[in-house]
Design a protein around this ligand. Structure first.
Ligand SMILES: NC(=O)c1ccc[n+]([C@@H]2O[C@H](COP(=O)([O-])OP(=O)(O)OC[C@H]3O[C@@H](n4cnc5c(N)ncnc54)[C@H](OP(=O)(O)O)[C@@H]3O)[C@@H](O)[C@H]2O)c1
Length: 318
């Protein structure tokens, strides 16, 4: 319902990172109109933004420039549409919005559909921490559900020190699996601190033999997080094992190995809610390499594009 607050924000414009045109570098911080939520939408006052490599290219098919980028954030419900149930103004939420033609989350306000992935933020959890959870958590849970891991299974994660790998190591070891992860050497103690039993350096030409020494015959399952890692990861999977690609790699399945894509339609909301509460309770660690002031969003985007961030990068609007 539009109340007095609604009248105030309607008069205002907001700070936002916008795509100004179709070129890869057409990004700028500008003033934009505050979006008006529809009947089945919520208006969120954004407090922190989760940064992802996708933020510069996840755009709606029908786009009008300037377009506010971003799909992930944490904030406070400012207003709810007439047909929204289950949320009230003042609720603290973390969310993944769809690529909405009204614009995304890199702004002071965002309109999101009530059908989006919206998680209540547990008491005591900061907006920065909450903003780090939805995309990586959703992806890690879906990737692991595709692999259908059982207690005692072995898992190799190619790219285990990023945001998705950080959660996947902990979720898999929590299920009683043994995990090996790849990253460069400086990230090995970090992956071990999360529960990885074996770590390898993807730059070392010998890394596949090291995994096969660890699990002779190959691992039961592999998760290829970084693009282009699936083919090499297949080489360390046992006959009849499983591999899930997180970044949409294509590869020829071999030796009866099942080659799986992320099951986007699998509903993991319940598990994600459990996870965010476990993070709040300190049972699962979420890594934030750096929190940037909102005005430095383009630096954060450039850092994520290097593919060498540990865990997540966050923008803060507080
Ligand atoms: N399908 C989906 O729904 C979905 C959702 C979200 C994201 N994604 C995809 O997932 C990927 C990003 O995942 P993320 O955010 O977890 O990670 P990220 O930020 O891209 O991961 C960076 C980490 O990966 C390591 N790394 C870089 N290159 C590597 C390589 N060749 N082999 C092994 N490790 C490597 C880096 O370690 P060093 O610094 O030690 O090299 C760094 O710590 C993107 O490709 C994105 O498109 C897919």
């Amino acid at each position: 319902m539009t109340g007095l607050k609604g009248v105030v924000w309607k008069m205002n414009r907001m700070k936002a990172f916008v795509k100004t045109g179709p070129g890869a570098d057409d990004l700028a911080i500008e003033q934009a109109a505050v979006p008006e939520p529809g009947d089945r939408e919520l208006l969120i006052r954004i407090k922190a933004v989760g940064v992802g490599i996708h933020d510069s290219y996840f755009l709606p098919q029908t786009i009008r420039y300037p377009y506010v980028i971003g799909i992930e954030a944490a904030g406070i419900v400012e207003e709810t549409g007439n047909r929204v149930t289950g949320f009230r103004p003042g609720d603290r939420v973390a969310l993944v919005s769809s690529m909405h033609e009204k614009g995304g989350t890199w702004a002071e306000f965002a309109a999101v559909s009530a059908d989006s992935l919206i998680l209540p933020i547990p008491d005591g959890m900061s907006f920065e921490q909450a903003a780090a959870v939805p995309v990586a958590g959703n992806t890690a849970l879906k990737a692991l559900s595709a692999l259908d891991l059982k207690q005692g299974d072995s898992l190799f994660i190619a790219g285990a020190s990023g945001a998705i790998g950080t959660l996947a190591i902990q979720l898999a070891t929590g299920k009683g699996c043994t995990v090996a992860g790849s990253a460069s050497k400086p990230n090995h103690p970090y992956m071990k601190s999360l529960g990885a039993d074996r770590t390898v350096d993807y730059r070392d030409p010998d890394w596949k033999r090291q995994i096969l020494d660890w699990k002779p015959g190959g691992v039961d399952a592999a998760m290829a997080v970084q693009p282009g890692t699936s083919e090499d990861a297949l080489a360390v999977v046992r006959d009849g094992g499983r591999l899930v690609t997180v970044s949409g790699d294509r590869a020829e399945p071999e030796r009866g190995i099942r080659f799986l894509q992320i099951p986007h339609k699998t509903d993991v909301r319940h598990e994600l809610n459990t996870m965010i509460n476990q993070i709040a309770d300190g049972k699962i660690h979420v890594e934030i390499e750096q929190v940037y002031p909102f005005s430095e969003g383009l630096q954060a985007l450039r850092k994520t594009q290097t593919r060498h961030a540990r865990g997540k990068l966050i923008l803060t609007l507080v």
